[in-house]
Design a protein around this ligand. Structure first.
Ligand SMILES: Cc1cc2nc3c(=O)[nH]c(=O)nc-3n(C[C@H](O)[C@H](O)[C@H](O)COP(=O)(O)OP(=O)(O)OC[C@H]3O[C@@H](n4cnc5c(N)ncnc54)[C@H](O)[C@@H]3O)c2cc1C
Length: 561
């Protein structure tokens, strides 16, 4: 590396958001350098091989981001992204056929369940508007501060008004997901299934005011991409983004932790690498902007330093709520595939048990209220599983022949920062937690016993933060996606449009920005609007802004003339 390097943009953190932004900026003709702490870029879209021939995804697994404009704007197919594998996990019709698993067996869906689901998801309109609804909810930057947010300009409200006016009502904005579902669906297990998937996916089923974002979290996974896994997994998706960034000239350096974002007279002008970096202590200068692809608390407290941040603002950042729950991730390698008991015909993974919202609220009480290790009895514990069959036979997670992988399996637990017995409490009880996982899954599977288990691995939220220091809360929704931390309020109103009070410093990370994790390329796409407004880049004809975007007064519009 030359002694003094200079780029238009320096991005701290080589996770999916930082690298996607590098691809966008590179495609605009800018020079970009991404600095990643770990030996490999990819952040929480990683893939590991804990045993020869066995691939696990400790973090990202499913493609929620199918509606992203980035797939065509960045032409990811040119860089090796292959669409989702067809597999036996299905769409809404498969759910209808299968039913929803409860402690009593599979519960059937009613006609009202099916029609209500289809209507809310945009499938009944001609043509369907599911993509517009998802893009309006996630792939649109929050409105500028001078704009009063009303029912008439909230993007998803505009979509319903235009395409499915009988769903549109002012009350949508006060509802939680259960309120919404009580109006449109019928059977309790079907509603509980939507609520738990929403909770796992960001905006939870029990938060008032985010009923539609919660619904959209669900359909982004279940119908838009039909619970698909990209070919090669999320890490291969990431590789396509990275190849794209490199093809557009971005420099991506690994083993390069940033220790400091250099601020001169209130402006971010570059970064200094940590002493342990491959080019220790080196400074890399940014002529246009520094972008932080790591969590905002870490950005302000450690990288920028409290001396450069208003104390009130810093306090607000440190107070951002993590009460969104976190995830204990298990991976089980077995000799025989796990066999569901007779009362669960056709159960091929997914969420269990979906009996009632009371059961759901028992978990909310554990995770958000008691904030300790689970107290819900294992036979009522809710979990979400992914069997090997999720992958096509030509693209399996296990190539060892004899093994079958159930991975990942998710159990909701408190984020490490909020655990009443300390951040490492679940780690100290890992054997107990692992047994709890097996006991809860044994309610469904009849052969989950020590003879069948070849090996098992688990990453607690604490482990996840240790592996990936860019996030807080131990998962993608480390900062909760409730109404007061959503859109114009995410992570706090002062930072909602990815700008910071420090000139030339922008935010681009799952826990710091709208709409959070899962919705691939949403943060970089939304941030591009702001960078165009600030005159930092001028994209070519390939660029299109969100149709629901409102330009900030006095700035250049990100819409093409
Ligand atoms: C358990 C779990 C399950 C998930 N499941 C899914 C899923 O099924 N589908 C899905 O789409 N998404 C999923 N996600 C979310 C997805 O992984 C994230 O949305 C995505 O990784 C966010 O990318 P990011 O770039 O914002 O942050 P990160 O991926 O956190 O990347 C930040 C990067 O910054 C680096 N870094 C940190 N500090 C420094 C420093 N000082 N200097 C240099 N580099 C630094 C880190 O090493 C990291 O590589 C999951 C996440 C978790 C944790």
């Amino acid at each position: 590396m030359a002694k003094d390097e200079r780029y238009d943009f320096v991005i701290v953190g080589g996770g999916p958001n930082g690298v996607t932004l590098a691809a966008y900026l590179g495609k605009c003709g800018a020079s970009v350098c991404v600095l990643e702490e770990r030996p490999e870029a990819g952040g929480a879209c990683e893939n590991t091989e804990p045993m020869a021939g066995v691939h696990i995804n400790p973090h990202a697994m499913f493609l929620y981001g199918g509606a992203a404009p980035g797939f065509d704007q960045l032409e990811l197919w040119k860089y090796g992204f292959r669409a989702m594998d067809e597999n036996q996990m299905g769409d809404i019709m498969a759910d209808v056929d299968r039913g929803v698993p409860t402690t009593q067996g599979m519960s059937k869906l009613t006609e009202k369940d099916q029609m209500g689901y289809a209507k809310l998801s945009g499938l009944l309109a001609q043509p369907p508007f599911t993509r517009e609804l998802l893009r309006a909810t996630f792939w649109c930057p929050p409105h500028p501060p001078e704009v009063e947010v009303t029912i008439d300009n909230i993007p998803y409200m505009q979509v319903y008004k235009q395409y499915q006016p009988d769903v549109w009502t002012e009350e949508l904005l006060d509802m939680d997901l259960f309120d919404l579902m009580d109006e449109h669906l019928e059977s309790e297990p079907w509603k509980v299934q939507q609520a738990i998937i929403a909770w796992y996916s960001g905006a939870a089923g029990h938060w008032r005011g985010v009923a539609i974002p919660a619904w959209c979290c669900n359909i982004a996974l279940v119908i838009y991409t039909r619970m698909h896994v990209p070919r090669g997994g999320m890490h291969d998706y990431f590789h396509a983004v990275m190849r794209c960034a490199i093809a557009h000239g971005a420099v991506i350096r690994t083993c390069c932790p940033v220790d400091e974002i250099i601020i001169n007279d209130g402006t971010a002008v570059g970064v200094r690498l940590r002493d342990t970096a491959t080019c220790a202590g080196k400074k890399i200068w940014a002529t246009k902007a520094v972008i932080s692809g790591v969590d905002v608390r870490q950005t302000f407290n450690k990288l920028v330093g409290p001396q450069h941040v208003d104390r009130g603002l810093l306090q607000k950042v440190n107070d951002i709520s993590l009460k969104g729950g976190s995830i204990y991730v298990s991976h089980l390698l077995t000799r025989e595939p796990l066999r569901p008991k007779a009362k669960f015909p056709k159960f091929i993974g997914g969420a269990y048990p979906m009996d009632s919202r009371e059961m759901y609220y028992d978990h909310v009480a554990d995770v958000d209220g008691k904030r300790g290790n689970p107290t819900v009895p294992a036979e009522r514990a809710m979990w979400l599983s992914t069997p090997s069959e999720r992958f096509a036979i030509t693209d399996p997670q296990v190539t060892r022949g004899e093994g079958h992988l159930m991975s990942p399996v998710y159990h909701l637990v408190p984020p490490p920062e909020y655990h009443v017995d300390g951040p490492d409490a679940i780690n100290r009880w890992k054997d107990g937690m692992n047994q709890y996982v097996v006991d809860s899954m044994s309610e469904v599977y009849e052969n989950l016993n020590s003879d069948n288990i070849i090996a098992r691995w688990a990453n607690s939220p604490y482990d996840s933060e240790f592996r990936n220091t860019g996030m807080i809360g131990g998962t993608w929704c480390g900062t909760r996606h409730c109404n007061d931390q959503w859109a114009e309020n995410r992570p706090i109103p002062e930072l909602a449009r990815y700008r910071t009070p420090i000139d030339g410093l922008y935010l681009c990370n799952q826990t710091a920005c709208h709409p959070g994790g899962l919705f691939l390329m949403a943060i970089p796409y939304n941030l591009m609007h702001i960078m165009i407004e600030d005159g930092l880049v001028e994209p070519g004809d390939w660029w299109y802004a969100s149709p629901w975007y409102i330009p900030q007064q006095g700035k250049k519009s990100a819409r093409r003339p």
